[in-house]
Design a protein around this ligand. Structure first.
Ligand code: SF4
Length: 620
Protein backbone atom coordinates (compact mmCIF):
# COMPACT_ATOMS: atom_id res chain seq x y z
CA UNK A 1 0.00 0.00 0.00
CA UNK A 2 1.03 3.63 -0.47
CA UNK A 3 0.87 5.99 2.48
CA UNK A 4 -0.08 9.67 2.17
CA UNK A 5 3.07 11.73 1.35
CA UNK A 6 1.69 14.46 3.64
CA UNK A 7 2.24 12.13 6.55
CA UNK A 8 0.60 9.23 8.32
CA UNK A 9 -1.51 10.22 11.37
CA UNK A 10 0.11 7.68 13.71
CA UNK A 11 3.75 6.72 13.26
CA UNK A 12 5.42 4.16 15.53
CA UNK A 13 9.14 3.52 15.78
CA UNK A 14 11.99 2.36 18.05
CA UNK A 15 15.78 2.83 18.10
CA UNK A 16 17.70 0.67 15.62
CA UNK A 17 19.69 -0.82 18.50
CA UNK A 18 16.46 -2.29 19.85
CA UNK A 19 15.11 -3.49 16.48
CA UNK A 20 18.18 -5.29 15.18
CA UNK A 21 18.20 -9.09 15.20
CA UNK A 22 21.97 -9.17 14.95
CA UNK A 23 23.29 -12.73 14.78
CA UNK A 24 20.04 -14.03 16.31
CA UNK A 25 21.49 -13.45 19.75
CA UNK A 26 19.40 -11.15 21.97
CA UNK A 27 22.44 -10.60 24.17
CA UNK A 28 24.10 -8.59 21.37
CA UNK A 29 21.73 -5.77 22.28
CA UNK A 30 23.41 -5.61 25.67
CA UNK A 31 26.56 -4.43 23.95
CA UNK A 32 24.70 -1.41 22.54
CA UNK A 33 23.33 -0.68 26.00
CA UNK A 34 26.83 -0.74 27.48
CA UNK A 35 29.46 0.60 25.08
CA UNK A 36 29.83 4.39 25.23
CA UNK A 37 28.84 6.06 21.95
CA UNK A 38 31.83 8.35 21.95
CA UNK A 39 34.22 5.41 21.71
CA UNK A 40 32.30 3.77 18.86
CA UNK A 41 31.64 6.06 15.88
CA UNK A 42 28.36 5.23 14.13
CA UNK A 43 29.99 4.07 10.88
CA UNK A 44 31.50 1.14 12.84
CA UNK A 45 28.17 -0.51 13.63
CA UNK A 46 25.55 1.17 11.40
CA UNK A 47 25.51 -1.69 8.84
CA UNK A 48 24.35 -4.09 11.54
CA UNK A 49 21.06 -2.20 11.62
CA UNK A 50 20.13 -3.05 8.07
CA UNK A 51 16.67 -4.55 8.58
CA UNK A 52 14.08 -5.76 6.06
CA UNK A 53 11.20 -3.51 4.97
CA UNK A 54 7.80 -4.20 3.41
CA UNK A 55 7.36 -2.84 -0.16
CA UNK A 56 5.58 0.28 1.23
CA UNK A 57 8.69 1.14 3.27
CA UNK A 58 7.26 0.14 6.65
CA UNK A 59 9.38 -1.88 9.08
CA UNK A 60 9.31 -5.67 9.06
CA UNK A 61 11.14 -6.13 12.35
CA UNK A 62 10.42 -3.95 15.38
CA UNK A 63 10.30 -4.55 19.17
CA UNK A 64 7.32 -6.46 20.51
CA UNK A 65 5.91 -3.55 22.54
CA UNK A 66 5.67 -1.37 19.41
CA UNK A 67 3.83 -4.20 17.63
CA UNK A 68 1.36 -4.38 20.55
CA UNK A 69 0.59 -0.65 20.22
CA UNK A 70 0.27 -1.03 16.44
CA UNK A 71 -2.29 -3.79 16.97
CA UNK A 72 -4.25 -1.66 19.45
CA UNK A 73 -4.36 1.27 17.02
CA UNK A 74 -5.27 -0.94 14.08
CA UNK A 75 -8.29 -2.19 16.00
CA UNK A 76 -9.64 1.37 15.85
CA UNK A 77 -8.03 3.05 12.86
CA UNK A 78 -7.56 2.04 9.25
CA UNK A 79 -4.31 0.60 7.91
CA UNK A 80 -3.71 3.93 6.08
CA UNK A 81 -3.58 5.74 9.42
CA UNK A 82 -0.94 3.68 11.23
CA UNK A 83 2.61 2.87 10.19
CA UNK A 84 5.58 1.28 11.92
CA UNK A 85 8.93 2.41 10.54
CA UNK A 86 12.66 2.55 11.24
CA UNK A 87 14.13 5.86 12.44
CA UNK A 88 15.92 6.40 9.11
CA UNK A 89 12.51 6.38 7.37
CA UNK A 90 10.77 8.90 9.62
CA UNK A 91 10.95 11.61 6.95
CA UNK A 92 8.90 9.39 4.61
CA UNK A 93 6.03 9.03 7.05
CA UNK A 94 6.07 12.07 9.36
CA UNK A 95 4.45 15.10 7.75
CA UNK A 96 1.92 17.86 8.40
CA UNK A 97 -0.83 15.25 8.80
CA UNK A 98 1.02 13.34 11.50
CA UNK A 99 -0.78 13.58 14.82
CA UNK A 100 1.52 11.52 17.02
CA UNK A 101 4.74 9.53 16.94
CA UNK A 102 4.91 6.63 19.37
CA UNK A 103 8.40 5.54 20.43
CA UNK A 104 9.34 2.26 22.10
CA UNK A 105 12.06 2.88 24.70
CA UNK A 106 14.07 0.22 26.43
CA UNK A 107 17.05 2.24 27.64
CA UNK A 108 16.65 5.74 26.16
CA UNK A 109 18.99 7.61 28.51
CA UNK A 110 21.32 4.81 29.52
CA UNK A 111 20.49 4.66 33.21
CA UNK A 112 19.43 1.01 33.43
CA UNK A 113 21.27 -1.50 35.66
CA UNK A 114 23.31 -2.89 32.81
CA UNK A 115 24.73 0.42 31.69
CA UNK A 116 25.60 1.78 35.11
CA UNK A 117 28.92 0.01 35.33
CA UNK A 118 29.67 -0.71 31.68
CA UNK A 119 29.48 2.73 30.16
CA UNK A 120 30.37 4.60 33.34
CA UNK A 121 33.62 2.75 33.74
CA UNK A 122 34.89 5.18 31.11
CA UNK A 123 33.60 8.19 33.06
CA UNK A 124 30.25 9.43 34.28
CA UNK A 125 29.34 11.22 31.04
CA UNK A 126 29.82 8.19 28.81
CA UNK A 127 26.42 7.76 27.12
CA UNK A 128 25.85 4.26 25.70
CA UNK A 129 25.19 3.68 22.00
CA UNK A 130 21.59 2.79 22.76
CA UNK A 131 20.95 6.23 24.28
CA UNK A 132 22.59 7.98 21.34
CA UNK A 133 20.41 6.02 18.91
CA UNK A 134 17.29 6.91 20.92
CA UNK A 135 18.18 10.58 20.73
CA UNK A 136 18.39 10.33 16.92
CA UNK A 137 14.64 9.67 16.96
CA UNK A 138 13.56 12.50 19.26
CA UNK A 139 15.77 15.03 17.50
CA UNK A 140 14.95 13.76 14.01
CA UNK A 141 14.48 16.68 11.56
CA UNK A 142 11.02 15.43 10.46
CA UNK A 143 9.78 15.45 14.06
CA UNK A 144 11.38 18.82 14.76
CA UNK A 145 9.81 20.28 11.60
CA UNK A 146 6.23 18.99 11.96
CA UNK A 147 6.02 18.84 15.76
CA UNK A 148 3.61 15.90 16.22
CA UNK A 149 2.95 14.76 19.77
CA UNK A 150 5.65 12.32 20.90
CA UNK A 151 4.38 9.51 23.15
CA UNK A 152 7.02 7.24 24.71
CA UNK A 153 6.40 3.84 26.28
CA UNK A 154 8.36 0.70 27.08
CA UNK A 155 10.47 -0.68 29.89
CA UNK A 156 12.86 2.30 29.97
CA UNK A 157 10.42 5.16 29.32
CA UNK A 158 10.64 6.17 32.99
CA UNK A 159 14.28 7.21 32.44
CA UNK A 160 13.14 10.18 30.36
CA UNK A 161 10.91 11.52 33.13
CA UNK A 162 13.30 10.65 35.95
CA UNK A 163 16.25 12.44 34.35
CA UNK A 164 14.17 15.50 33.47
CA UNK A 165 14.73 14.95 29.75
CA UNK A 166 11.14 15.42 28.51
CA UNK A 167 11.56 19.02 27.38
CA UNK A 168 15.05 18.55 25.91
CA UNK A 169 13.86 15.59 23.85
CA UNK A 170 10.49 17.19 22.95
CA UNK A 171 8.54 14.32 24.53
CA UNK A 172 4.83 15.07 25.06
CA UNK A 173 3.94 12.08 27.23
CA UNK A 174 5.79 9.29 29.02
CA UNK A 175 3.83 6.11 29.76
CA UNK A 176 5.17 4.14 32.68
CA UNK A 177 4.04 0.52 32.86
CA UNK A 178 2.22 -1.68 30.38
CA UNK A 179 0.35 0.48 27.92
CA UNK A 180 -2.37 -1.93 26.74
CA UNK A 181 -5.04 -0.20 28.80
CA UNK A 182 -3.92 3.40 28.08
CA UNK A 183 -2.34 3.67 24.65
CA UNK A 184 -5.51 4.13 22.60
CA UNK A 185 -6.87 6.85 24.90
CA UNK A 186 -3.63 8.84 24.65
CA UNK A 187 -3.41 8.63 20.85
CA UNK A 188 -7.11 9.63 20.64
CA UNK A 189 -6.44 12.64 22.88
CA UNK A 190 -3.59 13.62 20.57
CA UNK A 191 -5.94 13.29 17.60
CA UNK A 192 -8.48 15.52 19.31
CA UNK A 193 -5.76 18.14 19.83
CA UNK A 194 -5.95 17.84 23.61
CA UNK A 195 -3.01 18.45 25.88
CA UNK A 196 -1.38 15.17 26.96
CA UNK A 197 -0.25 14.49 30.52
CA UNK A 198 3.55 14.65 30.76
CA UNK A 199 3.63 11.40 32.72
CA UNK A 200 1.09 8.61 32.94
CA UNK A 201 1.25 5.70 35.34
CA UNK A 202 -0.56 3.01 33.34
CA UNK A 203 -2.80 0.74 35.39
CA UNK A 204 -1.99 -2.96 35.12
CA UNK A 205 -3.98 -4.36 32.19
CA UNK A 206 -6.32 -7.29 32.78
CA UNK A 207 -6.02 -10.63 31.00
CA UNK A 208 -8.83 -9.59 28.66
CA UNK A 209 -6.64 -6.71 27.44
CA UNK A 210 -3.83 -9.01 26.34
CA UNK A 211 -2.99 -8.18 22.71
CA UNK A 212 -1.35 -10.63 20.30
CA UNK A 213 0.38 -8.75 17.45
CA UNK A 214 -0.15 -9.97 13.91
CA UNK A 215 3.27 -9.04 12.58
CA UNK A 216 6.86 -9.93 13.22
CA UNK A 217 8.68 -8.61 16.29
CA UNK A 218 12.42 -8.29 16.87
CA UNK A 219 13.91 -11.71 17.68
CA UNK A 220 10.41 -13.10 17.26
CA UNK A 221 9.59 -12.05 20.80
CA UNK A 222 6.34 -13.46 22.08
CA UNK A 223 5.21 -13.06 25.66
CA UNK A 224 4.88 -16.48 27.32
CA UNK A 225 4.10 -15.31 30.84
CA UNK A 226 4.17 -12.14 32.88
CA UNK A 227 4.43 -11.24 36.52
CA UNK A 228 6.49 -13.12 39.09
CA UNK A 229 5.62 -12.68 42.76
CA UNK A 230 8.93 -13.88 44.23
CA UNK A 231 9.02 -10.38 45.71
CA UNK A 232 12.61 -9.25 45.11
CA UNK A 233 12.82 -5.73 46.49
CA UNK A 234 14.63 -4.26 43.46
CA UNK A 235 12.26 -5.69 40.85
CA UNK A 236 9.04 -4.34 39.35
CA UNK A 237 7.57 -7.33 37.43
CA UNK A 238 7.09 -9.00 40.78
CA UNK A 239 4.19 -6.65 41.44
CA UNK A 240 2.25 -7.73 38.37
CA UNK A 241 -0.41 -10.43 38.30
CA UNK A 242 1.05 -13.75 37.26
CA UNK A 243 -0.32 -14.82 33.90
CA UNK A 244 0.71 -17.67 31.62
CA UNK A 245 -0.42 -16.96 28.07
CA UNK A 246 -2.43 -19.83 26.62
CA UNK A 247 -0.79 -22.23 24.14
CA UNK A 248 -3.39 -21.23 21.52
CA UNK A 249 -2.54 -17.53 21.80
CA UNK A 250 1.16 -18.33 21.71
CA UNK A 251 0.70 -20.45 18.59
CA UNK A 252 -1.02 -17.45 16.96
CA UNK A 253 1.90 -15.20 17.98
CA UNK A 254 4.40 -17.69 16.52
CA UNK A 255 2.49 -17.74 13.21
CA UNK A 256 2.54 -13.91 13.11
CA UNK A 257 6.32 -14.10 13.04
CA UNK A 258 6.96 -17.06 10.77
CA UNK A 259 4.41 -15.91 8.18
CA UNK A 260 6.33 -12.61 7.98
CA UNK A 261 9.71 -14.21 7.41
CA UNK A 262 10.83 -14.57 11.03
CA UNK A 263 13.25 -17.46 11.68
CA UNK A 264 13.62 -16.94 15.42
CA UNK A 265 10.99 -17.18 18.16
CA UNK A 266 11.93 -15.81 21.57
CA UNK A 267 9.33 -16.62 24.24
CA UNK A 268 9.99 -13.99 26.91
CA UNK A 269 9.24 -14.28 30.55
CA UNK A 270 10.39 -13.04 33.94
CA UNK A 271 10.99 -16.72 34.70
CA UNK A 272 10.45 -19.42 32.09
CA UNK A 273 9.99 -22.01 34.84
CA UNK A 274 6.92 -20.20 35.99
CA UNK A 275 5.02 -21.06 32.83
CA UNK A 276 1.94 -22.92 34.01
CA UNK A 277 3.38 -23.18 37.54
CA UNK A 278 1.72 -22.22 40.76
CA UNK A 279 2.54 -20.17 43.79
CA UNK A 280 3.37 -20.68 46.56
CA UNK A 281 6.45 -22.83 45.91
CA UNK A 282 7.19 -22.19 42.23
CA UNK A 283 7.71 -25.85 41.45
CA UNK A 284 7.99 -25.97 37.66
CA UNK A 285 5.14 -27.49 35.70
CA UNK A 286 7.35 -29.73 33.57
CA UNK A 287 4.62 -30.93 31.23
CA UNK A 288 3.39 -27.45 30.39
CA UNK A 289 6.92 -26.13 29.81
CA UNK A 290 8.01 -29.04 27.62
CA UNK A 291 4.85 -29.07 25.55
CA UNK A 292 5.10 -25.31 24.97
CA UNK A 293 8.71 -25.40 23.75
CA UNK A 294 8.15 -28.55 21.74
CA UNK A 295 5.13 -27.09 19.97
CA UNK A 296 7.10 -23.97 19.00
CA UNK A 297 10.20 -25.92 17.94
CA UNK A 298 8.07 -28.05 15.64
CA UNK A 299 6.62 -25.08 13.72
CA UNK A 300 8.14 -25.09 10.21
CA UNK A 301 10.42 -22.10 9.73
CA UNK A 302 11.47 -21.77 13.37
CA UNK A 303 15.25 -22.13 13.17
CA UNK A 304 16.13 -20.53 16.51
CA UNK A 305 14.43 -20.76 19.88
CA UNK A 306 16.42 -19.03 22.67
CA UNK A 307 15.72 -19.03 26.38
CA UNK A 308 14.63 -15.94 28.28
CA UNK A 309 15.04 -15.11 31.99
CA UNK A 310 14.96 -17.88 34.54
CA UNK A 311 15.55 -18.57 38.21
CA UNK A 312 18.14 -21.05 39.43
CA UNK A 313 16.15 -23.02 42.04
CA UNK A 314 14.05 -24.96 39.46
CA UNK A 315 17.21 -26.62 38.11
CA UNK A 316 17.77 -28.10 41.57
CA UNK A 317 14.09 -28.99 41.96
CA UNK A 318 13.90 -30.92 38.70
CA UNK A 319 17.25 -31.65 36.97
CA UNK A 320 15.60 -33.97 34.49
CA UNK A 321 13.49 -31.11 33.17
CA UNK A 322 16.73 -29.37 32.10
CA UNK A 323 17.77 -32.51 30.24
CA UNK A 324 14.45 -32.77 28.42
CA UNK A 325 14.44 -29.08 27.55
CA UNK A 326 17.98 -29.40 26.17
CA UNK A 327 16.85 -32.13 23.76
CA UNK A 328 14.29 -29.72 22.30
CA UNK A 329 16.25 -26.50 22.48
CA UNK A 330 19.92 -27.22 21.79
CA UNK A 331 19.35 -27.96 18.08
CA UNK A 332 17.57 -24.57 17.90
CA UNK A 333 20.32 -22.53 19.55
CA UNK A 334 22.37 -19.98 17.60
CA UNK A 335 25.07 -19.96 20.30
CA UNK A 336 28.25 -22.02 20.11
CA UNK A 337 31.15 -22.43 22.50
CA UNK A 338 34.14 -24.76 22.61
CA UNK A 339 33.15 -26.03 26.06
CA UNK A 340 29.82 -27.44 24.90
CA UNK A 341 29.54 -31.24 24.68
CA UNK A 342 26.76 -30.96 22.08
CA UNK A 343 27.76 -32.38 18.69
CA UNK A 344 27.56 -28.88 17.11
CA UNK A 345 29.04 -27.17 20.17
CA UNK A 346 25.72 -25.42 20.77
CA UNK A 347 24.72 -24.14 24.18
CA UNK A 348 21.76 -22.42 25.84
CA UNK A 349 22.08 -19.13 27.69
CA UNK A 350 19.15 -18.17 29.90
CA UNK A 351 19.57 -14.98 31.91
CA UNK A 352 19.58 -15.81 35.60
CA UNK A 353 19.65 -13.33 38.46
CA UNK A 354 22.04 -14.50 41.18
CA UNK A 355 22.60 -10.93 42.48
CA UNK A 356 24.58 -11.79 45.63
CA UNK A 357 26.51 -14.56 47.33
CA UNK A 358 25.49 -13.38 50.77
CA UNK A 359 22.57 -15.34 52.22
CA UNK A 360 22.04 -12.50 54.71
CA UNK A 361 21.63 -9.91 51.97
CA UNK A 362 19.61 -12.35 49.87
CA UNK A 363 17.21 -12.89 52.79
CA UNK A 364 16.81 -9.14 53.16
CA UNK A 365 16.21 -8.34 49.51
CA UNK A 366 15.08 -11.45 47.60
CA UNK A 367 14.01 -14.19 49.93
CA UNK A 368 11.46 -15.58 47.44
CA UNK A 369 14.11 -16.24 44.77
CA UNK A 370 15.18 -19.50 46.39
CA UNK A 371 11.72 -21.08 46.74
CA UNK A 372 11.01 -23.85 47.53
CA UNK A 373 14.41 -23.84 49.24
CA UNK A 374 15.64 -21.89 52.23
CA UNK A 375 17.26 -18.61 51.21
CA UNK A 376 19.93 -19.21 53.86
CA UNK A 377 21.24 -21.97 51.57
CA UNK A 378 21.52 -19.57 48.63
CA UNK A 379 25.12 -20.43 47.76
CA UNK A 380 24.33 -24.15 47.68
CA UNK A 381 21.30 -23.60 45.47
CA UNK A 382 23.38 -21.50 43.08
CA UNK A 383 26.38 -23.83 42.85
CA UNK A 384 24.28 -27.00 42.52
CA UNK A 385 21.92 -25.30 40.05
CA UNK A 386 24.79 -24.11 37.85
CA UNK A 387 26.39 -27.56 37.99
CA UNK A 388 23.18 -29.13 36.73
CA UNK A 389 22.74 -26.49 34.03
CA UNK A 390 26.33 -26.86 32.78
CA UNK A 391 25.90 -30.63 32.65
CA UNK A 392 23.12 -30.02 30.14
CA UNK A 393 25.07 -27.41 28.11
CA UNK A 394 23.25 -24.47 29.65
CA UNK A 395 25.91 -21.78 30.13
CA UNK A 396 23.82 -19.05 31.74
CA UNK A 397 24.25 -15.31 31.70
CA UNK A 398 24.27 -14.50 35.42
CA UNK A 399 23.58 -11.04 36.81
CA UNK A 400 24.99 -9.81 40.10
CA UNK A 401 24.29 -6.48 41.79
CA UNK A 402 26.88 -4.58 43.80
CA UNK A 403 25.80 -1.73 46.02
CA UNK A 404 22.40 -3.02 47.12
CA UNK A 405 21.07 -1.06 50.10
CA UNK A 406 22.34 -2.68 53.34
CA UNK A 407 25.32 -4.32 51.56
CA UNK A 408 28.34 -4.67 53.87
CA UNK A 409 31.96 -5.58 53.18
CA UNK A 410 31.24 -9.02 54.60
CA UNK A 411 28.39 -9.49 52.10
CA UNK A 412 30.79 -8.62 49.31
CA UNK A 413 33.39 -11.06 50.56
CA UNK A 414 30.74 -13.80 50.50
CA UNK A 415 29.81 -12.84 46.96
CA UNK A 416 33.46 -13.12 45.98
CA UNK A 417 33.58 -16.51 47.73
CA UNK A 418 30.63 -17.62 45.61
CA UNK A 419 32.37 -16.41 42.48
CA UNK A 420 35.40 -18.45 43.49
CA UNK A 421 33.25 -21.55 44.08
CA UNK A 422 31.82 -21.10 40.58
CA UNK A 423 35.26 -20.77 39.02
CA UNK A 424 35.19 -24.08 37.16
CA UNK A 425 31.70 -23.57 35.69
CA UNK A 426 30.72 -22.01 32.36
CA UNK A 427 28.99 -18.73 33.04
CA UNK A 428 28.85 -15.32 31.42
CA UNK A 429 28.80 -12.84 34.29
CA UNK A 430 27.00 -9.53 34.08
CA UNK A 431 27.84 -7.57 37.23
CA UNK A 432 25.88 -4.35 37.57
CA UNK A 433 25.78 -1.55 40.08
CA UNK A 434 22.59 -0.91 41.96
CA UNK A 435 20.17 1.55 40.40
CA UNK A 436 16.81 2.03 42.11
CA UNK A 437 14.14 1.32 39.50
CA UNK A 438 10.72 2.92 39.48
CA UNK A 439 7.85 0.86 40.88
CA UNK A 440 10.04 -1.27 43.10
CA UNK A 441 10.22 -1.53 46.84
CA UNK A 442 13.72 -0.07 46.57
CA UNK A 443 12.78 2.88 44.37
CA UNK A 444 13.71 5.30 47.18
CA UNK A 445 17.13 3.74 47.84
CA UNK A 446 20.36 5.47 46.90
CA UNK A 447 21.94 4.66 43.53
CA UNK A 448 25.61 3.69 43.53
CA UNK A 449 27.82 5.60 41.11
CA UNK A 450 30.75 3.85 39.44
CA UNK A 451 33.23 6.35 40.85
CA UNK A 452 32.07 5.55 44.41
CA UNK A 453 32.87 1.83 44.14
CA UNK A 454 35.19 0.47 46.83
CA UNK A 455 38.17 -1.76 46.06
CA UNK A 456 36.16 -4.82 47.15
CA UNK A 457 33.30 -3.87 44.84
CA UNK A 458 35.75 -3.34 41.97
CA UNK A 459 37.38 -6.66 42.81
CA UNK A 460 34.05 -8.38 42.33
CA UNK A 461 33.25 -6.56 39.06
CA UNK A 462 36.68 -7.05 37.46
CA UNK A 463 37.00 -10.68 38.59
CA UNK A 464 33.57 -11.48 37.18
CA UNK A 465 34.53 -9.81 33.90
CA UNK A 466 37.76 -11.75 33.78
CA UNK A 467 35.81 -14.97 34.19
CA UNK A 468 33.44 -13.97 31.38
CA UNK A 469 36.36 -13.09 29.16
CA UNK A 470 37.99 -16.46 29.83
CA UNK A 471 34.72 -18.23 29.03
CA UNK A 472 34.28 -16.51 25.66
CA UNK A 473 36.30 -17.70 22.69
CA UNK A 474 39.47 -15.68 22.85
CA UNK A 475 42.68 -15.93 20.89
CA UNK A 476 46.09 -15.36 22.45
CA UNK A 477 46.34 -12.16 20.45
CA UNK A 478 43.07 -10.81 21.94
CA UNK A 479 44.34 -11.64 25.40
CA UNK A 480 47.42 -9.56 24.76
CA UNK A 481 45.24 -6.66 23.52
CA UNK A 482 43.05 -6.91 26.62
CA UNK A 483 46.08 -7.05 28.87
CA UNK A 484 47.81 -4.01 27.49
CA UNK A 485 44.57 -2.16 26.72
CA UNK A 486 43.55 -2.44 30.38
CA UNK A 487 46.93 -1.22 31.59
CA UNK A 488 46.93 1.73 29.22
CA UNK A 489 43.35 2.57 30.21
CA UNK A 490 44.21 2.39 33.92
CA UNK A 491 47.19 4.72 33.64
CA UNK A 492 45.67 7.13 31.12
CA UNK A 493 42.17 7.44 32.54
CA UNK A 494 40.97 4.75 34.96
CA UNK A 495 43.01 5.90 37.96
CA UNK A 496 41.80 9.49 37.55
CA UNK A 497 38.15 8.53 37.09
CA UNK A 498 37.89 5.76 39.70
CA UNK A 499 40.77 6.38 42.08
CA UNK A 500 43.41 4.06 43.49
CA UNK A 501 40.82 1.46 44.58
CA UNK A 502 40.49 0.56 40.90
CA UNK A 503 44.14 -0.39 40.45
CA UNK A 504 44.49 -3.99 41.70
CA UNK A 505 41.08 -5.18 40.47
CA UNK A 506 41.96 -3.75 37.03
CA UNK A 507 45.30 -5.56 37.12
CA UNK A 508 43.48 -8.85 37.76
CA UNK A 509 41.44 -8.18 34.63
CA UNK A 510 44.68 -7.43 32.81
CA UNK A 511 45.97 -10.87 33.85
CA UNK A 512 48.74 -9.98 36.35
CA UNK A 513 50.01 -12.94 38.43
CA UNK A 514 47.81 -13.85 41.38
CA UNK A 515 50.87 -14.17 43.56
CA UNK A 516 51.26 -10.41 43.41
CA UNK A 517 47.54 -9.56 43.32
CA UNK A 518 46.65 -11.63 46.37
CA UNK A 519 48.82 -9.32 48.52
CA UNK A 520 46.38 -6.52 47.73
CA UNK A 521 43.05 -8.22 47.00
CA UNK A 522 40.67 -10.38 49.06
CA UNK A 523 40.76 -13.47 46.86
CA UNK A 524 43.67 -15.54 45.74
CA UNK A 525 42.05 -16.64 42.52
CA UNK A 526 44.56 -19.43 41.82
CA UNK A 527 43.80 -21.22 45.07
CA UNK A 528 41.40 -24.15 44.72
CA UNK A 529 38.01 -23.81 46.32
CA UNK A 530 37.47 -26.71 48.70
CA UNK A 531 33.85 -25.95 49.65
CA UNK A 532 31.68 -28.96 48.78
CA UNK A 533 28.13 -28.53 47.62
CA UNK A 534 25.66 -29.22 50.42
CA UNK A 535 22.02 -30.16 49.90
CA UNK A 536 19.86 -27.06 50.12
CA UNK A 537 17.07 -27.32 52.67
CA UNK A 538 13.42 -26.64 52.02
CA UNK A 539 11.94 -23.48 53.54
CA UNK A 540 11.69 -23.55 57.34
CA UNK A 541 7.90 -23.71 57.36
CA UNK A 542 7.93 -27.01 55.43
CA UNK A 543 11.34 -28.32 56.45
CA UNK A 544 10.05 -31.72 57.45
CA UNK A 545 8.32 -32.37 54.15
CA UNK A 546 9.61 -33.86 50.92
CA UNK A 547 9.76 -32.00 47.67
CA UNK A 548 7.06 -34.24 46.19
CA UNK A 549 4.74 -33.34 49.06
CA UNK A 550 5.34 -29.66 48.46
CA UNK A 551 4.58 -30.20 44.80
CA UNK A 552 1.26 -31.74 45.79
CA UNK A 553 0.40 -28.76 47.99
CA UNK A 554 1.51 -26.53 45.13
CA UNK A 555 -0.83 -28.34 42.79
CA UNK A 556 -3.89 -27.61 44.87
CA UNK A 557 -3.29 -23.87 45.02
CA UNK A 558 -5.50 -21.56 43.01
CA UNK A 559 -3.43 -19.39 40.72
CA UNK A 560 -3.44 -17.59 37.45
CA UNK A 561 -2.83 -19.92 34.60
CA UNK A 562 -4.12 -18.58 31.34
CA UNK A 563 -5.58 -15.86 33.57
CA UNK A 564 -8.11 -18.14 35.23
CA UNK A 565 -7.40 -21.01 37.56
CA UNK A 566 -5.32 -24.17 37.65
CA UNK A 567 -5.99 -26.96 35.24
CA UNK A 568 -8.34 -29.16 37.29
CA UNK A 569 -7.32 -32.21 35.30
CA UNK A 570 -3.76 -32.07 36.63
CA UNK A 571 -2.47 -35.43 37.71
CA UNK A 572 -2.24 -34.98 41.46
CA UNK A 573 -0.81 -38.44 42.09
CA UNK A 574 2.40 -37.62 40.26
CA UNK A 575 3.22 -33.97 40.81
CA UNK A 576 6.86 -34.11 39.69
CA UNK A 577 6.28 -36.28 36.66
CA UNK A 578 9.50 -35.78 34.81
CA UNK A 579 11.58 -35.99 37.94
CA UNK A 580 9.76 -39.11 39.17
CA UNK A 581 10.05 -40.81 35.80
CA UNK A 582 13.81 -40.44 35.94
CA UNK A 583 14.07 -41.58 39.51
CA UNK A 584 12.24 -44.79 38.68
CA UNK A 585 13.67 -45.44 35.25
CA UNK A 586 17.30 -44.55 35.55
CA UNK A 587 17.98 -46.01 38.96
CA UNK A 588 21.43 -44.60 38.43
CA UNK A 589 23.19 -41.31 38.47
CA UNK A 590 20.42 -39.09 37.14
CA UNK A 591 17.86 -40.83 39.30
CA UNK A 592 20.08 -40.55 42.32
CA UNK A 593 20.62 -36.88 41.68
CA UNK A 594 16.90 -36.36 41.37
CA UNK A 595 16.24 -38.34 44.49
CA UNK A 596 18.89 -36.38 46.34
CA UNK A 597 17.39 -33.07 45.45
CA UNK A 598 13.93 -34.35 46.20
CA UNK A 599 14.86 -35.32 49.71
CA UNK A 600 14.62 -32.82 52.50
CA UNK A 601 18.08 -32.07 53.75
CA UNK A 602 18.75 -31.58 57.40
CA UNK A 603 21.35 -29.65 59.29
CA UNK A 604 22.76 -26.26 58.54
CA UNK A 605 24.80 -25.46 55.49
CA UNK A 606 28.52 -24.85 55.86
CA UNK A 607 28.05 -25.15 59.57
CA UNK A 608 26.37 -21.75 59.72
CA UNK A 609 23.83 -21.37 62.47
CA UNK A 610 20.67 -20.71 60.52
CA UNK A 611 18.14 -18.43 62.12
CA UNK A 612 14.58 -19.53 61.35
CA UNK A 613 13.64 -17.05 58.73
CA UNK A 614 10.23 -15.76 58.01
CA UNK A 615 10.62 -16.39 54.30
CA UNK A 616 7.62 -14.94 52.50
CA UNK A 617 5.71 -17.51 50.50
CA UNK A 618 3.47 -16.19 47.77
CA UNK A 619 -0.09 -16.83 48.74
CA UNK A 620 0.68 -16.88 52.46
S1 SF4 B 1 12.80 -13.65 40.63
FE1 SF4 B 1 12.92 -11.67 41.62
S2 SF4 B 1 14.05 -10.39 40.17
FE2 SF4 B 1 13.30 -12.17 39.04
S3 SF4 B 1 11.34 -11.49 38.19
FE3 SF4 B 1 10.92 -12.53 40.12
S4 SF4 B 1 10.81 -10.88 41.64
FE4 SF4 B 1 11.84 -10.09 39.81
Amino acid sequence: MAFDPKGVPFVLTAPDTESTEQEFSPWKQMVYASVPARFAPRFMYKDKFDQPRYPDGSAKVIPYGVRVVEEILLNHYSRDDVVVCYPDDLDKFVGPKTVAVGVGAHNPIGTAFSTGVYSNIFGSTARPINAAESERIYLHPAIQRHRPKVIVGGAGAWQIAKTGSTTRLGVSCVINGRAEGMALELFQKAEAGEELPKFVQAPEPGIEQLVIPKKRSTYGVIEMNRGCGRQCAFCSPTLETRISVSPEQLAEAVRSNTSNGGRIIFPVSEDIFMYGAAAPFYIPNADKILSLYESIANVPGVDYLPLSHATIAPAVVNPHLMKEMSKILLPKSALRNRFSTHSDKRFLAPLIGIETGSPRLAALTMSGKSLPFDIHDWQEIVVEGIRILNENNWFPVCTFIVGLAEETEDDLRQTLDLLHRLKKYKILYVPSIFTPLEDTRMSGAKALKAKALTQLQWEFVMTAWKQSRDFGEMSDRSRVYFRWGTKVFYHARGRWVHGKQFKWPAMRFAGDPEEELSKHLYLNWDKDSDAKIQKPRLIPKHRKMKLEDLARINDNQPFNIYGTSRDTEADKSNPLKVLSATTTAANGQAGAAAATTATTASGSVNGAASKELDQPVAGD
